[in-house]
Design a protein around this ligand. Structure first.
Ligand SMILES: [Zn+2]
Length: 328
């Protein structure tokens, strides 16, 4: 059949038909909301470069999570900001550290109703801001793995559902799986930051988490965004090492990688819609150059259409509110 009998505009004639034929649907249950818990503060503080996002105190954390739950958001990815930083990032694996306490508080308050996912890395906790131990000016892979294991164990002990190693060290998923299993945390999930690229879109996050490296950059461990074959190798290795969820980060400039990953590997796939992707929409809409709501829906839809099963996004609340008001 061809035109004039075949007319695809039939599918678009009215809103209710357009809704019926939608291939991609966004829902808060597939969103993961990143939250920053700051040991140094008593009240929540807005992050200047990420309007609408906050560094939370332990005190303000429960209210924030409760507000999100009312909107239908049940999954959270937590980042900690400690009072003290040192060369070894000791506060990251302190059983009484900020994230470990935050997990305990939330588990007590919300039981099993929420999914607690924790970032496992050292950059927020080290005085030099790198994601592991530095030896002769270079990030030492294998000794840093030992610290990542300690972090993951303390998170699992506190009650985390899923740990997410983000340092892009070789063997990090394998190291965590073995450490968790050795300590009887067989049910703790691992989300690998499998293809995490060295990206300029992380800048507002570093402002939020106070984690900018004090010297050099992270290009000797994070991936070059010029390499998609290498991204697929990284993902394949994470799967072999036992990742339950794989991730592509950032999302928007990496839709091709998300799509390739979805087609090649049949595993739950997360995409991290990062801070810079958030802040540029907020800035453009503040200037009146973009319609904020429409931009959020279009971008998140594109990430899901590319193949992401779940999206880690600072827009989680914005989107959930739109879903509640039936604005999608
Ligand atoms: Zn890191």
């Amino acid at each position: 059949m061809s035109f004039p009998s075949l007319r695809l505009r039939r599918l678009r004639r009215k809103e209710s038909l357009r809704k019926l034929f939608e291939e991609v649907k966004l829902h808060p249950s597939n969103l993961i909301y990143p939250l920053f818990v700051d040991e140094r503060i008593e009240e929540k503080e807005e992050i200047v470069s990420m309007p609408g996002q906050f560094r939370l105190s332990l005190k303000s954390l429960v209210k924030e999570v409760n507000d999100c739950k009312k909107l239908g958001i049940n999954s959270f990815l937590f980042f900690g900001i400690p009072k003290l930083k040192d060369e070894h990032g000791s506060e990251a694996y302190n059983p009484k550290g900020i994230i470990q306490r935050a997990i305990e508080v939330l588990r007590k308050e919300f039981g099993e109703d929420i999914n607690i996912i924790t970032d496992v890395c050292l950059c927020e906790y080290t005085s030099h801001g790198h994601c592991g131990l530095i030896k002769d000016g270079y990030l030492d892979n294998d000794s840093s793995l030992e610290l990542l294991k300690k972090i993951a164990i303390t998170h699992a002990q506190a009650g985390a559902d899923m740990v997410a190693p983000s340092a892009m060290l070789d063997g990090q998923v394998k190291a965590l799986r073995e450490a968790l299993d050795d300590n009887n945390f067989h049910d703790t999930l691992i989300m690998g930051y499998s293809a995490k690229h060295a990206s300029c879109f992380y800048s507002p996050f570093r402002d939020a988490a106070l984690s900018a490296p004090k010297f050099g950059d992270r290009k000797s461990y994070q991936m070059s965004y010029k390499n998609k074959r290498e991204a697929l190798r990284e993902i394949e290795l994470d799967i072999r090492e036992g990742a339950d969820v794989i991730m592509v980060k950032p999302a928007l400039a990496y839709l091709d990688i998300i799509h390739l990953t979805k087609n090649k590997f049949n595993l739950p796939l997360a995409a991290f819609n990062v801070s810079g992707e958030y802040s540029m929409i907020k800035a453009a809409s503040k200037l009146g150059w973009l319609d904020e709501k429409e931009a959020i829906i279009e971008i998140l839809t594109s990430i899901k259409r590319a193949g992401a099963d779940m999206i880690i996004t600072y827009f989680a609340k914005d989107l959930a509110e739109m879903v509640l008001k039936d604005e999608l």
